[in-house]
Design a protein around this ligand. Structure first.
Ligand SMILES: O=C(O)C(=O)C[C@@H](O)[C@H](O)[C@H](O)COP(=O)(O)O
Ligand SMILES: [Zn+2]
Length: 385
């Protein structure tokens, strides 16, 4: 950890810095406590144009009352004229009409190519504001300011933006790397216990994917708001972002390796869409991960011990380990997975904690995985998106 100085001014204490060097852009992730009050300086230092004058601050009805004033004040102090735009919190807003309103708002505010969109919120705000920034004038700068644990450890980094379609989750979007990510762990103090728990699905995913030490830590002490100090949370978030950063640097546009970040999502996204987004994304990823491993055990691809180890940690975080949804419905949604190429499904399958393999299989095998993996033994309980 280091004390970050921007233009000679201290920006928080113990702020962690991670540099991301993707093919299309390089940027910095700042993780610290109470750093939103310095956000303006960080935005000013991160945007491409020294002449940027307008900042379009996008948030939702949950986050805006809590943090927008702090960020706005800081942006104004850094010389920006700030325009604010809020929409209803929740996955239901991640649709084309919200995107359309955002694009019209950007045009009405007269943002030019040198200006910046600031996404202040969880994954929905980050994804949709990022997409608007990627489309408006064929692409302007976006700064991600994640306020949920899920957005901090995952969606704010890596440049995926999206909206949902009737046919499924995240089916329309672009890759647009942010100019910076500013993650203030103090925001997690006000996150509901439900959303905090939901976020842990992505943390467990990263641990299973690439970090046995993190997995052991989660096994020994479940991640909750009250169990971990700000410094410990900063460390956990940094570990997650480092895992994601390394993958994104190797394969920004998901032509191969990046598919591993979709661990748990083939069935997870199907659960999410089939349950009409009543379950949070992280909860669906957790259930989707367990179902995938259970199906893989059924097909002899991994051991029952591995399933038990993963299920134990998922359950210890209060997350679902299975789904009661209809297999045919799950299969229909899983076939729309973006990792599918022609008639082949790409399944991300853990082999041991810290290692995964990608299995390229026909859709008949995908159906078998769902049939063997989704047993409804401990069906997901409802959580908010
Ligand atoms: O960044 C990635 O790559 C991921 O797959 C991370 C996922 O956790 C995240 O939910 C992502 O938005 C999923 O992307 P999708 O294209 O599979 O919908
Ligand atoms: Zn995800």
């Amino acid at each position: 950890m280091s004390d970050v100085k921007i233009s000679g001014v201290q920006v928080g204490t113990h702020t962690r810095i991670i540099d991301v060097q993707a093919t299309s852009a390089s940027y910095t992730v700042f993780i610290g406590a109470h750093i939103l009050e310095h956000a303006g300086k960080l935005v000013r230092e991160s945007v491409r144009s020294a002449d940027a004058t307008k900042a379009y601050l996008v948030s939702d009805t949950n986050v805006e009352p809590l943090y927008a004033a702090t960020v706005e004040k800081s942006l104004v102090a850094a010389g920006f004229t700030v325009y604010t735009h809020n929409f209803a919190a929740g996955e239901a807003s991640k649709r084309i009409n919200t995107l359309s309103d955002l694009l019209e708002g950007l045009a009405q505010a007269g943002l030019s190519r040198k200006d910046v969109v600031v996404a202040l919120g969880g994954g929905v705000v980050g994804d949709i504001a990022g997409l608007a920034a990627g489309l408006y004038l064929r692409g302007i700068d976006v700064i991600q300011m994640p306020t949920s644990l899920l957005a901090m450890v995952d969606s704010s980094v890596g440049g995926k933006t999206a909206i949902d379609l009737e046919a499924g989750k995240n089916l329309a979007g672009v890759f647009l790397q942010p100019r910076a990510v500013i993650a203030d762990v103090s925001c997690l103090d006000t996150l509901s216990a439900e959303l905090f728990r939901d976020s842990c699905g992505e943390v467990i995913k990263h641990a299973v994917l690439a970090d046995p030490t993190l997995f052991s830590q989660l096994s020994a002490k479940a991640l909750t708001q009250h169990n971990y100090t700000h410094d410990e949370l900063i460390d956990i978030i940094a570990r997650n972002i480092t895992i994601k950063r390394d993958v994104v640097q190797a394969d920004e546009t998901e032509e191969g390796l990046r598919q591993v970040l979709n661990l748990g999502h083939t069935i997870g996204h199907a659960i999410e869409a089939a349950s009409h987004f009543e379950l949070g994304h992280g909860s669906c990823v957790a259930a989707g991960l367990c179902c995938m491993v259970r199906g893989a055990v059924g097909l002899g691809w991994c051991t029952p011990q591995l399933l038990d180890t993963i299920e134990t940690v998922v359950a210890a975080h209060g997350l679902p380990t299975d789904t009661a949804l209809d297999h045919d419905v799950l299969f229909t949604y899983a076939c729309r997975d973006k990792k599918r190429l022609s008639d082949k499904a790409h399944l991300v399958v853990p082999t041991k904690i810290g290692h995964v393999t990608i299995k390229t299989v026909g859709t008949d095998i995908l159906k078998q995985v769902i049939d063997k993996g989704c047993l409804s033994a401990s069906a997901p309980s409802s959580t908010n998106a």
